[in-house]
Design a protein. Structure first.
Length: 202
């Protein structure tokens, strides 16, 4: 089955509404943080072509501890983007600490969540082709990409956040590795900004 759009780390859909709503084919939105997921349900659950999953994605099927900013701490911290920095590493959240973002340990919620691999998604939904795969998983993008069996699925376009690939706000080594990886898979780089990079099948 062909999916028009798969988003791993869909957050609350903010800024993605037009992209999601313009899809005619199946759409899969994945988000592990409950309050973000609830917003996705509110926005998109009435649309028959959109599937929502409240899970995490990594390179192993498991259950893992996941850390995210408590809902009642987001307003206190004064940054809406704080709802989108959930990670399998508590340190990743604390590394965002700064003069304008005074996050503390008691602002972080820990939850055991179900983890699927990309292969699990392919099997569950019988996916053999994706027009556009968008990944934003606060550094675990690398693990997900390297776990994809590109012989089993055709992905026309892939965009992912690269700025935390090596560690929080560090990315050079793994980004270069992934550039070479996609080149060997016959993808070409079509876009890059301060946070994201895009590859498309050549």
């Amino acid at each position: 089955m062909r999916f028009g759009l798969v988003i791993i780390g869909a957050h609350n859909g903010s800024g993605l509404e037009q992209l999601i709503l313009e899809q005619k084919d199946k759409v899969l939105l994945i988000e592990p943080v409950y309050y973000n997921y609830n917003q996705l349900v509110t926005k998109f659950s009435g649309l028959k072509n959109i599937i929502l999953e409240k899970i995490g994605i990594s390179d192993k099927t498991d259950s893992m501890k996941f850390y995210y900013v408590k809902e009642d701490s987001i307003k206190k911290l004064g940054k809406e983007w704080a709802s989108g920095i959930g990670s399998f590493k508590r340190k990743h959240l604390l590394n965002h600490f700064g003069k304008r973002f005074l996050i503390k340990e008691n602002d972080i919620h820990e939850e055991e969540i179900q983890i699927f691999t990309f292969g699990d998604l392919i099997s569950k939904y019988s996916i053999n082709e994706v027009d556009y795969l968008l990944i934003d998983t606060e550094g675990f993008d690398y693990n997900i990409i390297k776990s994809i069996n590109f012989k089993k699925i055709r992905i026309k376009k892939i965009k992912f956040e690269y700025k935390h690939l090596d560690d929080t706000f560090k990315f050079e080594a793994k980004l270069q590795e992934l550039k070479n990886y996609f080149k060997n898979l016959n993808y070409i780089q079509t876009d890059i900004d301060k946070e994201n990079i895009t590859f498309e099948v050549n």
